[in-house]
Design a protein around this ligand. Sequence first.
Ligand SMILES: [Zn+2]
Length: 378
Amino acid sequence: MRAKERLNRTSRAGLIALSLLLIGCGGCPLGLVPVDTTGADGSSATAPTDNVGDSLQDAKPLNLTGGATETLAGEITSPRDTDVYALGTLGPGDRVEIDVEATGGTLDPVAAVFDSNELLIAFSDDRDPTGADLNPRIDFVIAGDVDTYYLAIIAYPETRTTGTYGVRVTVTPGSDPDFARGQILYLDWRGGDGITVPNVGTYDLPAFSATDLGLSASQTEAFKVRVQQIVEARYAGYDMIVLSSDDYATPAQAHSTVYFGGFNARAFAISEQIDSYNQDPSDETIVFTRSYRGAFAGTPGFEELAQAVGNTVAHEVGHLLGLVHTKDAASLMDASAPNDSILVPQAFTTAELLSAVFPFGYQPAEDLLAWILGVVGM
Ligand SMILES: [Zn+2]
């Protein structure tokens, strides 16, 4: 199973937190695009080498300013090796396409784009959300400031592979940097048989009851209302509409769905993918509401449990919008702190990337959400 999970850390042992990604791919097939390792002038691309710097300061310079294509070859010589390339000075409207292919050894490559402050701007683990193709592919339009941007390539941190790779990087100016698209989120409390969350599983779920979490049945309605309020508060200021199945039929428009119910020994929730730049506005996630019982140090009450579920929904929807895991207990995308950290309000913040995601860097969640969703009056 290669889906994003919000771990239930009371039973984390043995779980490999796998991440996956569907890359924005405007009109191109999702299949592997062979990397052309021959330069435009017919010369061979750089031979595999490990002399590519491990940090932004030591980056190997490329110059894609103003638009160009570069092909190169490199090697991840140890599981901790990082290859960093400076893409040049880029700015709003520059479309950046990065196609990485492992070419030798065992390498399972991961690619990311950072700005000069080590802020993560784009990330790809696998180009195929099912895990059928582990080669990363990045395709996005810069919405942030004019800056020097960097490409960094590592081996997937959880499996410690090594080997050679080829990369084709293309920068094309002139795209619309204002690509934000609002999102409808549907909280589906109804349960049902045969509910399928792609890449996760198929479930028969009873209608949600607060008794799932150890509360009384009489608290069910209030609990659903409170969770919706919390999710809305986490996305306040962004163009996100949150609808409840108690108030609305399944929307006719594109929408992402959160299902509630069931039990998973390893996770509070699992999403179908990390959907980079919200390429697919119709994703699904499931919150295993019975997994919260006994998962905390004490016996949390109604409000704490509502915060836990609300934070979880906001976190999973973050994955469906393209966000990855960070390391900050107060941050919604945290995947490092004990379970009790989700019993209180968390927020989208700029936070350090989890080392299982990348060895350096920070995720500017507020900027990314503003670029992806758009901002509305507060
Ligand atoms: Zn997660």
